[in-house]
Design a protein around this ligand. Structure first.
Ligand code: E4P
Length: 218
């Protein structure tokens, strides 16, 4: 299972890479805005650090502008994946970009049929947003299960990136379902490592260590 980090913050990316938990990065316009720096600056800093896939989202809404924006983004580096929202214009843009050999991450996916269309259009990745579905009392992970079943039925090569992850159980359930990738906020990556019994165990070992007699050798 691949872990992407869902952030545009270079420090978080650096820390995630140091842990060995970052196989790629996903950004979106809201995450870029949080950095309070120009888009080009944020993106070039990320691309300097990361060799895995880096998703950069278009902000155009019509097919022609999405395609030209997507081509510009893809020209920044070989590992750029163009993020395109799932609209009719977005599907047309995905088809054109995929045809030109550019990897697309079809984003803002909330139904299994949208995911089926993304795969048929040639998207390399599809991003179902589980947290935002949970927020409105729908089962986000049920969507992931449906998408994986449909893709397996027809042997689509589109990879599923579980997105809009809010907590460790989203990652656990994604792994149990066999999702290809989870894109995870840094805070949740840290939470995955934490267990109170690990901390308690370390305290107990260190307390017992004080009772080990000192060596007699000089
Ligand atoms: C996915 O690629 C998006 O950037 C992200 O996961 C959205 O998450 P949110 O619902 O927490 O904004």
């Amino acid at each position: 299972m691949n872990f992407f980090i869902d952030t545009a913050n270079v420090e978080e990316i650096r820390q995630g890479l140091a842990l060995g938990m970052v196989d790629g990065v996903t950004t979106n316009p809201s995450l870029i805005a949080k950095e309070k720096k120009p888009f080009d600056e944020v993106v070039s800093n990320i691309l300097e650090l990361v060799s895995g896939p880096v998703s950069l989202e278009v902000i155009s809404l019509d097919t022609e502008s999405m395609v030209s924006e997507g081509k510009k983004l893809a020209s920044l580096s070989d590992n750029v994946v163009v993020k395109i929202p799932l609209t009719l214009d977005g599907l047309r843009a995905t088809k054109e970009l995929a045809h030109a050999g550019i990897a697309v991450n079809q984003t803002l996916v909330f139904s299994p049929l949208q995911a089926l269309l993304a795969a048929k259009a040639g998207a390399a990745y599809v991003s179902p947003f589980v947290g935002r579905l949970d927020d409105i009392s729908h089962h986000g992970l049920a969507l992931v299960e449906q998408i994986l079943a449909i893709y397996a039925n027809y042997m689509f090569e589109t990879k599923v990136i579980v997105a809009s992850i809010r907590h460790p159980l989203h990652v656990l359930d994604s792994a149990m379902l066999g999702a290809h990738i989870a894109t995870i906020p840094f805070k949740v990556i840290e939470q995955l490592a934490k267990h109170p019994l690990t901390d308690k165990g370390i305290d107990m070992f260190l307390a017992d260590w004080k009772n080990v007699p000192a060596s007699k050798k000089k």
